[in-house]
Design a protein around this ligand. Structure first.
Ligand SMILES: Nc1ncnc2c1ncn2[C@@H]1O[C@H](COP(=O)(O)OP(=O)(O)OP(=O)(O)O)[C@@H](O)[C@H]1O
Length: 188
């Protein structure tokens, strides 16, 4: 058993999940995203007062984490298009290129994902989670491998989430990421 006595109601705003290495931040994020089913307990989601079934969740959720894999031999645009199609949200290539440009990847939109640097790959993963404009957004260690300019993008994501009433959860043990959050859940 990794967790005991977790009880939380998380609404719109920017929330942090903090804790040392191995404390279970990523595991909790995967449980919240429905990628791991807890042995006991319940996680439920609501949009505008209506409960979501697990199969409906994927259309309402953006998820980014350093361990999410993308196809090395597809371009950035193709990878993001695929993620959008799989989650049932059609997004045009022009919009995908525009969002990649916001992160500074305007010259890399047609480059194979496998030919990008680790920080550039992290930017693509973030765009793939954000482009669907979902009410729920889970970002596991969003600042991984990002330089100052890349990290400023995370700041703009949190500001936008607050403005638009998104529910954003950031898991991290880095103060620069946790400082962006309004409330923090600490795992001991
Ligand atoms: N697939 C798995 N099977 C079994 N145990 C796992 C699995 N994934 C993680 N664990 C264990 O669960 C615990 C929590 O891991 P988790 O990755 O959630 O921690 P974390 O807080 O995100 O760590 P970090 O800060 O290093 O990213 C660790 O002890 C880890 O070894």
């Amino acid at each position: 058993m990794i967790f005991r006595r977790i009880e939380a109601e998380i609404g719109p705003g920017v929330h942090g999940v903090a804790g040392p290495n191995g404390s279970g931040k990523s595991t909790l994020m995967k449980c919240i995203a429905g990628l791991i089913r807890p042995d006991a307990g319940k996680i439920s989601w609501e949009v505008e007062g209506s409960p979501l079934k697990p199969q409906q969740l994927y259309r309402q959720l953006g998820f980014s984490a350093p361990y999410i894999r993308m196809y090395n031999e597809l371009s950035c645009t193709e990878n993001i298009r695929l993620v959008c199609e799989l989650s049932g949200r059609a997004v045009g290539d022009d919009e995908i290129r525009a969002q990649l440009s916001v992160t500074g990847l305007q010259a890399k939109t047609e480059t194979w994902y496998g030919q990008l640097s680790s920080g550039q790959q992290q930017r693509v993963r973030l765009v793939s989670a954000l482009i669907k404009k979902t009410p729920f957004l889970l970002l596991d260690e969003p600042g991984t491998n990002l330089d100052t300019a890349g990290f400023a993008y995370i700041g703009s994501v949190t500001a936008k989430a607050r403005e638009e009433g998104q529910t954003l959860i950031i898991a991290s043990n880095e103060s620069r990421e946790l400082d962006l959050c309004d409330k923090i859940i600490r795992i001991k």
